[in-house]
Design a protein around this ligand. Structure first.
Ligand SMILES: *[C@@H]1O[C@H](CO)[C@@H](O)[C@H](O)[C@H]1NC(C)=O
Ligand SMILES: *[C@@H]1O[C@H](CO)[C@@H](O)[C@H](O)[C@H]1NC(C)=O
Ligand SMILES: *[C@@H]1O[C@H](CO)[C@@H](O)[C@H](O)[C@H]1NC(C)=O
Ligand SMILES: *[C@@H]1O[C@H](CO)[C@@H](O)[C@H](O)[C@H]1NC(C)=O
Ligand SMILES: *[C@@H]1O[C@H](CO)[C@@H](O)[C@H](O)[C@H]1NC(C)=O
Length: 541
């Protein structure tokens, strides 16, 4: 704990430097927002947003700031916002307007559509007041032009010599991926020459000043694999904060993505191998001839541990602005809950794309960029599940070294998988909502017989059976299970355990309401045959 006088010294001497490192991000949980689609300004009519029109629907940095409770109350400790830099300003293109923020013009200017410099600073300050981090999406690979003959005077780099000449990307050729132009002939994305020393120097100066000016805690980097890898260590060093890159991949192996994480590249990448494997494991109907394959998920976990520099820093997700909503691929809610539980309880930083908690169901761009306000920010079952997952994970992060313990696969069958990370066992299934009494996932735990484990999703207690076995059955449908020794929950506020509040400055912990400890009405021993998850071979006591 640092003395108050030292904290005061820091506050006065370094008012703008709060940069967060990879280590500080490891325990965070991220909510991803497209600023234009998250919230309307106070008092404005609840106008619907036609995603097909591909134009602005009205969200701003201020309207996001005014509606942070919804994100914070769900337990998120960071917000990733769509790009803040100035975008193309002209008539609508065949792909509409840049409401998403990715059509960069001059990176050094802010996008006035979303507010002023003071508005962005106020958003950053408000997140920090809530002890949350701000992650900003940045695009350095390319700019946008409405034609194949760009007006270079509009960009940060105002001369054609700072760009590669136009060519169409051949995705089987690395040089082509890094030098040719993103987009197509209707909306071309001139490719910045990130090997040019002036570009390297100016981009470095820009990112240093952007991060400091707006107190940014981390960067999400668009199209990272379309830039020469050796550009990143210097760029992220100058940013001085955590960098998570987009390395798009359709593969469940890490061959393509893993080289982009490490000292030679980026702190972190978005976990596309896991995303692909989770679909294969949990989407209903299963993507492999209508069937699922959980062995692919088990293989991905092992492969990722071998190949990635640090799986604990990867960005785990089920949706983003470029892929179909989970609900478009798999309507059964239990399918989402099981896959979602995996992203929180395995290695990596969980990321939830806004609207996922509202079961939004658009497929690809632009349908997967729905406005959130028609949902009325309802406390749906998915929202409640996410809240519990965050509360549990935040508790583990704050009070144990759980986040640093590598996940282990305990068992994998065609219909289920059990993983263990630290003391936490998650048993997941892809059978979906209809109850089944022919499905039974038996897990050999390291716990002695009779150990009481709490299922934190139901607050029902399970007792470990003979030889350390537990056995999940699904007579009430294919729900996820998260089991942990009950004493791990002390201070968590979950399942009747009292909540300990850790103050923002790392000061003394104190109970929420004067220290009364609440007996748990919800926590009770599972009675065989009555409740959904039954295994109690040995009853406690
Ligand atoms: C790869 O792409 C680069 C850039 O377009 C091109 O010069 C090169 O010939 C391509 N290589 C192959 C093997 O096609
Ligand atoms: C995934 O990567 C493996 C190993 O590099 C490769 O053999 C396979 O063809 C790839 N699959 C896809 C769908 O790209
Ligand atoms: C998937 O998305 C498309 C386009 O948004 C929509 O027409 C379709 O109904 C969606 N499917 C489901 C199952 O939600
Ligand atoms: C965990 O610590 C963070 C950072 O100090 C704090 O914001 C958060 O409220 C804590 N969460 C829990 C569940 O204690
Ligand atoms: C489940 O158990 C009931 C009662 O024992 C039985 O009638 C039913 O056929 C079983 N269903 C399945 C899917 O095994």
């Amino acid at each position: 704990m640092r003395p108050a006088s030292f904290a005061l010294f820091l506050a006065t001497a370094l008012p703008t430097v709060l940069a967060a490192t990879a280590e500080q991000w490891r325990g965070r949980s991220i909510y991803q927002v497209i600023v234009d689609r998250y919230a309307l300004s106070k008092g404005s009519a609840n106008t619907p947003c036609d995603t097909n029109a591909r134009t602005w629907c009205g969200g701003t940095w201020n309207s996001l700031r005014d509606n942070l409770d919804y994100i914070q109350n769900a337990g998120f400790t960071a917000v990733w916002i769509s790009p803040v830099s100035q975008n193309y300003e002209g008539s609508a293109t065949p792909y509409g307007d840049p409401y998403h923020g990715y059509w960069i013009a001059d990176a050094t200017q802010l996008n006035s559509r979303f507010g002023t410099a003071d508005d962005l600073k106020a958003l950053s300050a408000e997140l920090h007041r809530r002890n949350m981090y701000l992650m900003v999406d940045v695009v350095v690979n390319n700019v946008m032009s409405p034609s194949l003959t760009p007006d270079y005077s509009k960009y940060m780099f105002k001369d054609q010599s700072y760009y590669h000449p136009y060519c169409l990307i051949d995705y089987s050729n690395t040089t082509s991926m890094q030098n040719c132009w993103f987009g197509d002939e209707k909306v071309p994305m001139p490719d910045v020459d990130t090997k040019n020393p002036t570009v390297v120097e100016k981009y470095g100066e820009w990112i240093t000043s952007l991060v400091q000016e707006y107190n940014i805690d981390g960067l999400r980097i668009d199209a990272a694999k379309h830039v020469n890898m050796d550009f990143w260590p210097d760029f992220c060093g100058k940013a001085g904060v955590f960098c998570m890159g987009e390395v798009f991949s359709g593969n469940t192996t890490a061959d393509e993505t893993a080289p982009w994480q490490g000292p030679q590249a980026l702190d972190s990448v978005l976990n596309f191998p896991l995303y692909n494997a989770l679909q294969t494991a949990f989407a209903i109907p299963g993507p492999v001839n209508g069937k699922n394959d959980i062995s692919v998920l088990a293989a991905t976990i092992e492969d990722s541990k071998k190949q990635f520099h640090d799986t604990g820093l990867l960005g785990n997700f089920l949706e983003n602005q470029d892929v179909p909503r989970w609900h478009n691929v798999s309507v059964d809610p239990q399918s989402l809950y099981n896959a979602m539980t995996f992203t929180f309880m395995s290695d990596g930083i969980p990321i939830v794309y806004y609207g996922q908690e509202q079961s939004m169901s658009g497929n690809s761009d632009p349908n997967n960029r729905e406005a959130l306000w028609p949902s009325n920010y309802a406390q749906t079952d998915a929202y409640k599940l996410i809240t519990t997952l965050n509360k549990f994970r935040n508790h583990l992060v704050n009070s144990t070294d759980w986040v640093k313990q590598p996940v282990q696969v305990m068992t994998a069958s065609p219909e289920g998988i059990a993983i263990m990370k630290g003391p936490v066992i998650s048993i997941l299934t892809n059978i979906g909502s209809p109850p089944r009494n022919d499905t039974n996932i038996a897990v050999n735990t390291p716990y002695p017989p009779s150990t009481p484990l709490m299922n934190i999703l139901t607050c029902q207690q399970w007792a470990v059976g003979a030889k350390g076995m537990i056995d999940a059955q699904y007579t009430l449908g294919g729900v996820p299970n998260i089991l942990v020794p009950s004493n791990t929950l002390a201070g968590s506020g979950l399942c009747g355990a009292e909540q300990t509040v850790i103050s923002n400055n790392g000061g003394k912990a104190k109970p929420l309401d004067g220290g009364a400890s609440h007996p748990s009405p919800a926590a009770s021993l599972v009675v065989a045959g009555v409740l959904s998850l039954v295994f109690a071979l040995t009853h406690i006591g």
